[in-house]
Design a binder for this molecule. Structure first.
Ligand SMILES: Cc1ncc(COP(=O)(O)O)c(C=O)c1O
Length: 383
Protein backbone atom coordinates (compact mmCIF):
# COMPACT_ATOMS: atom_id res chain seq x y z
CA UNK A 1 0.00 0.00 0.00
CA UNK A 2 1.21 3.46 -0.85
CA UNK A 3 1.71 5.46 2.35
CA UNK A 4 -0.94 8.11 2.88
CA UNK A 5 1.37 10.82 4.13
CA UNK A 6 4.33 12.25 2.19
CA UNK A 7 7.08 14.27 3.86
CA UNK A 8 6.09 17.96 3.90
CA UNK A 9 9.52 18.74 2.55
CA UNK A 10 10.85 15.94 0.34
CA UNK A 11 14.34 17.50 0.09
CA UNK A 12 16.82 14.96 1.45
CA UNK A 13 19.77 15.87 -0.78
CA UNK A 14 23.26 15.84 0.72
CA UNK A 15 24.07 19.19 -0.81
CA UNK A 16 22.70 21.65 -1.48
CA UNK A 17 20.67 20.53 1.53
CA UNK A 18 17.09 21.34 2.52
CA UNK A 19 16.42 24.96 3.37
CA UNK A 20 15.56 25.56 7.02
CA UNK A 21 11.96 24.89 8.06
CA UNK A 22 9.69 27.77 7.05
CA UNK A 23 12.18 29.27 4.58
CA UNK A 24 10.86 31.32 1.70
CA UNK A 25 12.34 33.95 -0.60
CA UNK A 26 11.02 36.55 1.87
CA UNK A 27 13.98 35.59 4.08
CA UNK A 28 16.19 37.49 1.62
CA UNK A 29 14.28 40.78 1.78
CA UNK A 30 17.02 42.59 3.64
CA UNK A 31 19.80 41.65 1.20
CA UNK A 32 22.21 44.43 0.30
CA UNK A 33 21.57 43.97 -3.41
CA UNK A 34 23.15 46.31 -5.91
CA UNK A 35 25.53 47.50 -3.22
CA UNK A 36 29.26 47.02 -3.01
CA UNK A 37 30.37 44.26 -0.67
CA UNK A 38 33.04 46.74 0.44
CA UNK A 39 30.46 49.39 1.39
CA UNK A 40 29.74 49.68 5.10
CA UNK A 41 26.46 47.74 4.80
CA UNK A 42 27.96 44.89 2.75
CA UNK A 43 31.04 44.52 4.89
CA UNK A 44 28.94 44.54 8.06
CA UNK A 45 26.83 41.66 6.74
CA UNK A 46 29.93 39.65 5.84
CA UNK A 47 31.41 40.32 9.27
CA UNK A 48 28.10 39.30 10.85
CA UNK A 49 28.23 35.92 9.09
CA UNK A 50 31.71 35.41 10.52
CA UNK A 51 30.81 36.53 14.05
CA UNK A 52 27.58 34.55 14.28
CA UNK A 53 29.27 31.43 12.85
CA UNK A 54 32.16 31.60 15.33
CA UNK A 55 29.78 32.03 18.22
CA UNK A 56 27.40 29.30 17.13
CA UNK A 57 30.22 26.82 16.53
CA UNK A 58 31.94 27.67 19.81
CA UNK A 59 35.18 28.45 18.03
CA UNK A 60 38.07 29.54 20.30
CA UNK A 61 38.54 33.30 20.43
CA UNK A 62 42.06 33.11 19.00
CA UNK A 63 40.91 31.29 15.84
CA UNK A 64 40.09 33.31 12.73
CA UNK A 65 37.30 32.52 10.29
CA UNK A 66 37.06 33.80 6.74
CA UNK A 67 34.66 33.68 3.79
CA UNK A 68 36.48 32.46 0.69
CA UNK A 69 35.69 31.65 -2.93
CA UNK A 70 34.71 28.31 -4.46
CA UNK A 71 32.80 26.71 -1.63
CA UNK A 72 34.36 24.00 0.52
CA UNK A 73 36.55 22.84 -2.35
CA UNK A 74 38.05 26.30 -2.62
CA UNK A 75 38.62 26.48 1.12
CA UNK A 76 40.33 23.12 1.51
CA UNK A 77 42.42 23.59 -1.64
CA UNK A 78 43.60 27.02 -0.52
CA UNK A 79 44.64 25.49 2.81
CA UNK A 80 46.52 22.61 1.21
CA UNK A 81 48.21 24.75 -1.45
CA UNK A 82 49.25 27.37 1.11
CA UNK A 83 50.32 25.18 4.02
CA UNK A 84 51.61 21.82 2.81
CA UNK A 85 55.21 20.99 1.95
CA UNK A 86 56.87 22.31 5.07
CA UNK A 87 57.03 18.73 6.43
CA UNK A 88 55.78 15.25 5.54
CA UNK A 89 52.05 14.73 5.11
CA UNK A 90 49.69 11.96 6.26
CA UNK A 91 46.46 11.83 4.30
CA UNK A 92 43.40 9.95 5.49
CA UNK A 93 40.51 9.06 3.21
CA UNK A 94 37.40 6.99 3.62
CA UNK A 95 35.34 8.05 0.61
CA UNK A 96 35.53 10.01 -2.61
CA UNK A 97 36.05 13.57 -1.38
CA UNK A 98 38.91 12.55 0.93
CA UNK A 99 40.35 10.50 -1.93
CA UNK A 100 40.13 13.58 -4.14
CA UNK A 101 42.26 15.56 -1.69
CA UNK A 102 44.79 12.70 -1.62
CA UNK A 103 45.01 12.78 -5.42
CA UNK A 104 45.55 16.54 -5.45
CA UNK A 105 48.27 16.45 -2.80
CA UNK A 106 50.01 13.71 -4.74
CA UNK A 107 49.53 14.84 -8.32
CA UNK A 108 49.15 18.62 -8.11
CA UNK A 109 51.18 19.56 -5.03
CA UNK A 110 53.59 16.69 -5.71
CA UNK A 111 54.39 16.22 -2.02
CA UNK A 112 57.15 13.61 -2.02
CA UNK A 113 57.02 12.63 1.66
CA UNK A 114 53.42 11.49 1.59
CA UNK A 115 51.72 8.62 3.42
CA UNK A 116 48.15 7.67 2.60
CA UNK A 117 45.71 5.74 4.78
CA UNK A 118 42.54 4.76 3.02
CA UNK A 119 39.50 2.70 3.97
CA UNK A 120 36.71 1.20 1.92
CA UNK A 121 33.24 2.74 1.89
CA UNK A 122 31.60 2.14 5.26
CA UNK A 123 34.89 1.80 7.14
CA UNK A 124 37.53 4.11 8.60
CA UNK A 125 41.33 3.68 8.49
CA UNK A 126 43.31 2.79 11.62
CA UNK A 127 43.63 6.27 13.08
CA UNK A 128 46.45 5.23 15.44
CA UNK A 129 48.80 5.01 12.44
CA UNK A 130 48.87 8.78 12.07
CA UNK A 131 52.18 10.46 12.93
CA UNK A 132 51.45 13.84 14.49
CA UNK A 133 54.95 15.07 13.78
CA UNK A 134 53.58 15.40 10.26
CA UNK A 135 50.74 17.43 8.79
CA UNK A 136 47.52 15.46 8.60
CA UNK A 137 44.66 16.04 6.16
CA UNK A 138 41.29 14.35 6.55
CA UNK A 139 37.55 14.74 6.01
CA UNK A 140 35.60 14.67 9.28
CA UNK A 141 32.41 13.33 7.75
CA UNK A 142 32.70 11.37 4.55
CA UNK A 143 29.56 12.58 2.84
CA UNK A 144 29.55 9.84 0.24
CA UNK A 145 30.09 6.91 2.62
CA UNK A 146 28.19 8.09 5.69
CA UNK A 147 31.27 7.57 7.85
CA UNK A 148 32.43 10.19 10.35
CA UNK A 149 35.45 10.44 12.62
CA UNK A 150 34.36 8.92 15.94
CA UNK A 151 35.76 11.80 18.05
CA UNK A 152 38.94 13.85 18.36
CA UNK A 153 40.75 11.57 20.83
CA UNK A 154 43.08 10.26 18.10
CA UNK A 155 44.39 13.76 17.34
CA UNK A 156 47.43 14.54 19.49
CA UNK A 157 47.10 17.59 21.72
CA UNK A 158 50.88 18.09 21.47
CA UNK A 159 51.04 17.57 17.68
CA UNK A 160 53.90 19.18 15.79
CA UNK A 161 52.19 19.10 12.41
CA UNK A 162 48.91 20.73 11.52
CA UNK A 163 45.55 18.96 11.47
CA UNK A 164 43.70 20.09 8.35
CA UNK A 165 40.07 19.06 8.29
CA UNK A 166 37.39 19.21 5.61
CA UNK A 167 34.35 19.40 7.87
CA UNK A 168 31.74 20.52 5.39
CA UNK A 169 29.11 17.92 6.27
CA UNK A 170 30.04 17.84 9.96
CA UNK A 171 30.00 21.40 11.31
CA UNK A 172 26.68 22.48 12.82
CA UNK A 173 25.75 18.80 13.23
CA UNK A 174 28.59 17.23 15.22
CA UNK A 175 30.80 18.31 18.11
CA UNK A 176 34.08 19.57 16.69
CA UNK A 177 37.11 19.40 19.01
CA UNK A 178 38.38 22.83 18.01
CA UNK A 179 41.58 22.64 20.07
CA UNK A 180 42.56 19.58 18.02
CA UNK A 181 41.89 21.20 14.65
CA UNK A 182 44.22 23.74 13.03
CA UNK A 183 42.33 24.25 9.79
CA UNK A 184 38.61 23.59 9.36
CA UNK A 185 36.79 24.17 6.09
CA UNK A 186 33.15 24.04 5.13
CA UNK A 187 30.58 25.60 2.83
CA UNK A 188 27.19 27.24 3.29
CA UNK A 189 25.25 24.70 1.28
CA UNK A 190 25.26 21.87 3.82
CA UNK A 191 23.92 21.70 7.38
CA UNK A 192 22.34 25.16 7.55
CA UNK A 193 20.79 24.80 4.10
CA UNK A 194 22.56 27.81 2.59
CA UNK A 195 23.58 28.40 -0.99
CA UNK A 196 26.55 27.05 -2.92
CA UNK A 197 29.68 28.92 -4.04
CA UNK A 198 30.97 30.33 -0.75
CA UNK A 199 33.49 28.59 1.47
CA UNK A 200 34.57 29.13 5.05
CA UNK A 201 38.05 28.58 6.44
CA UNK A 202 38.95 28.58 10.13
CA UNK A 203 42.58 28.84 11.21
CA UNK A 204 44.15 28.13 14.60
CA UNK A 205 47.04 30.27 15.88
CA UNK A 206 49.42 27.46 14.81
CA UNK A 207 48.00 27.48 11.27
CA UNK A 208 48.41 31.26 11.14
CA UNK A 209 51.99 30.91 12.31
CA UNK A 210 52.70 28.40 9.54
CA UNK A 211 51.20 30.75 6.97
CA UNK A 212 53.38 33.59 8.21
CA UNK A 213 56.62 31.60 8.40
CA UNK A 214 56.39 29.18 5.49
CA UNK A 215 56.38 30.43 1.94
CA UNK A 216 54.53 27.96 -0.25
CA UNK A 217 56.94 26.86 -3.01
CA UNK A 218 54.14 26.74 -5.58
CA UNK A 219 52.40 29.50 -7.47
CA UNK A 220 49.26 30.58 -5.63
CA UNK A 221 46.41 32.17 -7.55
CA UNK A 222 45.04 35.34 -6.00
CA UNK A 223 42.01 33.50 -4.62
CA UNK A 224 44.33 31.24 -2.57
CA UNK A 225 46.48 33.99 -1.09
CA UNK A 226 45.99 34.50 2.65
CA UNK A 227 49.20 36.42 3.40
CA UNK A 228 50.92 39.50 2.09
CA UNK A 229 54.58 40.25 2.84
CA UNK A 230 54.68 37.34 5.29
CA UNK A 231 51.68 38.59 7.30
CA UNK A 232 48.17 37.20 7.45
CA UNK A 233 45.75 39.38 5.48
CA UNK A 234 43.60 40.06 8.51
CA UNK A 235 40.82 41.71 6.53
CA UNK A 236 39.81 38.38 4.95
CA UNK A 237 38.78 37.27 8.43
CA UNK A 238 36.76 40.40 9.12
CA UNK A 239 34.58 40.33 6.02
CA UNK A 240 36.92 41.85 3.43
CA UNK A 241 36.56 38.97 1.02
CA UNK A 242 39.29 38.31 -1.56
CA UNK A 243 36.83 38.75 -4.40
CA UNK A 244 33.14 39.54 -4.82
CA UNK A 245 30.63 37.40 -2.93
CA UNK A 246 26.91 37.14 -3.67
CA UNK A 247 25.09 39.43 -1.26
CA UNK A 248 21.98 37.32 -1.87
CA UNK A 249 23.82 34.24 -0.60
CA UNK A 250 25.22 36.27 2.29
CA UNK A 251 21.68 37.24 3.33
CA UNK A 252 20.64 33.63 3.09
CA UNK A 253 23.61 32.52 5.20
CA UNK A 254 22.58 35.06 7.84
CA UNK A 255 19.04 33.74 7.74
CA UNK A 256 20.35 30.20 8.29
CA UNK A 257 22.49 31.29 11.22
CA UNK A 258 19.63 33.17 12.87
CA UNK A 259 17.38 30.15 12.45
CA UNK A 260 20.11 27.96 13.98
CA UNK A 261 20.32 30.26 16.99
CA UNK A 262 16.54 30.04 17.44
CA UNK A 263 16.66 26.25 17.10
CA UNK A 264 18.73 25.91 20.26
CA UNK A 265 22.17 26.79 18.92
CA UNK A 266 24.74 24.10 18.26
CA UNK A 267 23.28 21.68 20.83
CA UNK A 268 19.85 22.09 19.24
CA UNK A 269 21.21 21.49 15.75
CA UNK A 270 23.08 18.37 16.83
CA UNK A 271 19.98 17.05 18.63
CA UNK A 272 17.83 17.59 15.53
CA UNK A 273 20.29 15.72 13.35
CA UNK A 274 20.73 12.87 15.83
CA UNK A 275 16.96 12.50 16.09
CA UNK A 276 16.87 12.09 12.31
CA UNK A 277 19.49 9.36 12.42
CA UNK A 278 17.57 7.64 15.23
CA UNK A 279 14.46 7.45 13.04
CA UNK A 280 16.47 5.69 10.34
CA UNK A 281 18.22 3.45 12.86
CA UNK A 282 14.91 2.30 14.33
CA UNK A 283 13.58 1.64 10.85
CA UNK A 284 16.72 -0.25 9.76
CA UNK A 285 16.56 -2.38 12.92
CA UNK A 286 13.15 -3.64 11.81
CA UNK A 287 13.92 -3.78 8.08
CA UNK A 288 14.36 -7.02 6.19
CA UNK A 289 16.06 -5.34 3.24
CA UNK A 290 18.08 -2.26 4.30
CA UNK A 291 21.30 -1.89 6.29
CA UNK A 292 23.81 0.86 7.04
CA UNK A 293 26.92 1.23 4.90
CA UNK A 294 28.62 2.23 8.17
CA UNK A 295 27.84 -0.79 10.32
CA UNK A 296 29.80 0.54 13.32
CA UNK A 297 27.61 3.04 15.15
CA UNK A 298 30.63 4.96 16.50
CA UNK A 299 31.50 6.13 12.99
CA UNK A 300 27.99 6.33 11.53
CA UNK A 301 27.16 9.76 10.18
CA UNK A 302 24.09 11.58 11.43
CA UNK A 303 24.13 13.88 8.40
CA UNK A 304 24.80 11.81 5.27
CA UNK A 305 22.99 8.61 6.19
CA UNK A 306 24.08 5.94 3.72
CA UNK A 307 22.12 2.73 3.30
CA UNK A 308 22.76 -0.45 1.35
CA UNK A 309 20.28 -3.08 0.26
CA UNK A 310 21.00 -6.32 2.10
CA UNK A 311 18.05 -8.45 0.93
CA UNK A 312 19.62 -11.73 -0.35
CA UNK A 313 17.19 -11.69 -3.28
CA UNK A 314 18.72 -8.34 -4.28
CA UNK A 315 22.38 -9.07 -3.54
CA UNK A 316 22.09 -12.22 -5.67
CA UNK A 317 21.40 -10.04 -8.71
CA UNK A 318 24.17 -8.96 -11.10
CA UNK A 319 25.87 -5.63 -10.29
CA UNK A 320 24.16 -4.06 -13.30
CA UNK A 321 20.73 -5.23 -12.19
CA UNK A 322 21.36 -4.06 -8.64
CA UNK A 323 22.27 -0.61 -9.93
CA UNK A 324 19.27 -0.54 -12.25
CA UNK A 325 16.80 -1.44 -9.48
CA UNK A 326 18.32 1.02 -7.01
CA UNK A 327 17.93 3.74 -9.63
CA UNK A 328 14.30 2.80 -10.19
CA UNK A 329 13.64 2.93 -6.44
CA UNK A 330 15.09 6.42 -6.23
CA UNK A 331 13.16 7.68 -9.24
CA UNK A 332 9.88 6.19 -7.94
CA UNK A 333 10.27 8.20 -4.74
CA UNK A 334 11.12 11.28 -6.74
CA UNK A 335 8.05 10.86 -8.95
CA UNK A 336 5.81 10.45 -5.93
CA UNK A 337 7.24 13.61 -4.36
CA UNK A 338 8.29 11.56 -1.32
CA UNK A 339 12.05 12.10 -1.56
CA UNK A 340 14.36 13.95 -3.90
CA UNK A 341 18.02 13.18 -4.59
CA UNK A 342 18.51 10.18 -2.30
CA UNK A 343 20.54 7.96 -4.62
CA UNK A 344 24.02 7.00 -3.42
CA UNK A 345 26.83 9.26 -4.70
CA UNK A 346 28.02 8.28 -8.17
CA UNK A 347 31.37 6.85 -6.95
CA UNK A 348 29.90 5.13 -3.87
CA UNK A 349 28.45 1.63 -3.60
CA UNK A 350 24.90 1.30 -4.89
CA UNK A 351 22.29 2.28 -2.32
CA UNK A 352 20.59 5.27 -0.76
CA UNK A 353 21.91 8.41 0.90
CA UNK A 354 19.48 10.39 3.00
CA UNK A 355 20.47 13.74 4.47
CA UNK A 356 19.66 13.98 8.16
CA UNK A 357 21.15 17.41 8.96
CA UNK A 358 19.40 19.93 11.15
CA UNK A 359 17.25 21.53 8.45
CA UNK A 360 15.44 18.23 7.89
CA UNK A 361 12.38 17.90 10.12
CA UNK A 362 12.26 14.64 12.07
CA UNK A 363 8.58 14.33 11.19
CA UNK A 364 9.59 14.33 7.52
CA UNK A 365 12.19 11.64 8.16
CA UNK A 366 9.50 9.60 9.89
CA UNK A 367 7.13 10.10 6.98
CA UNK A 368 9.82 8.94 4.54
CA UNK A 369 10.42 5.52 6.10
CA UNK A 370 7.19 3.82 4.92
CA UNK A 371 7.85 5.21 1.46
CA UNK A 372 11.19 3.40 1.34
CA UNK A 373 9.42 0.12 2.08
CA UNK A 374 6.76 0.84 -0.52
CA UNK A 375 9.31 1.70 -3.20
CA UNK A 376 11.44 -1.35 -2.45
CA UNK A 377 8.39 -3.65 -2.68
CA UNK A 378 7.52 -2.08 -6.05
CA UNK A 379 11.03 -2.66 -7.32
CA UNK A 380 11.32 -6.18 -5.92
CA UNK A 381 8.12 -7.22 -7.67
CA UNK A 382 10.05 -6.71 -10.95
CA UNK A 383 13.17 -8.81 -10.09
C1 LIG B 1 33.18 15.99 2.31
C2 LIG B 1 33.01 16.94 1.19
N1 LIG B 1 34.04 17.70 0.81
C3 LIG B 1 33.92 18.58 -0.20
C4 LIG B 1 32.74 18.75 -0.87
C5 LIG B 1 32.67 19.74 -1.98
O1 LIG B 1 31.95 20.78 -1.53
P1 LIG B 1 31.64 22.06 -2.42
O2 LIG B 1 30.90 21.57 -3.60
O3 LIG B 1 30.83 22.87 -1.48
O4 LIG B 1 32.94 22.66 -2.77
C6 LIG B 1 31.63 18.01 -0.50
C7 LIG B 1 30.35 18.18 -1.21
O5 LIG B 1 29.40 17.45 -1.05
C8 LIG B 1 31.77 17.09 0.55
O6 LIG B 1 30.72 16.38 0.93
Amino acid sequence: MKPLQTPKNPCFSSGPCAKRPGWSLDALQGAALGRSHRAKIGKAKLAEVIDRSKKLLGMPADYVLGIVPASDTGAIEMAMFSLLGERGVDMLAWESFGSGWVADVKNQLKIADLRTFKADYGKIPDLTQVDWKRDVVFTWNGTTSGVKAPNGDWIAADREGLSICDATSAVFAMEMPWDKLDVVTYSWQKVLGGEGAHGMIALSPRAIKRLETYASPRPLPKIFQMTKGGKLIGGIFEGETINTPSMLCVEDALDGLKWAESAGGLAGLIARSEANLKVVEDWVAASAWAGFLAEDKAIRSNTSICLKIVDPAYTALSADDQAKHAKTLVSLLDKEGAAFDIGAYRDAPVGLRIWGGATVETSDMQALMPWLDWAYAEVKAKF
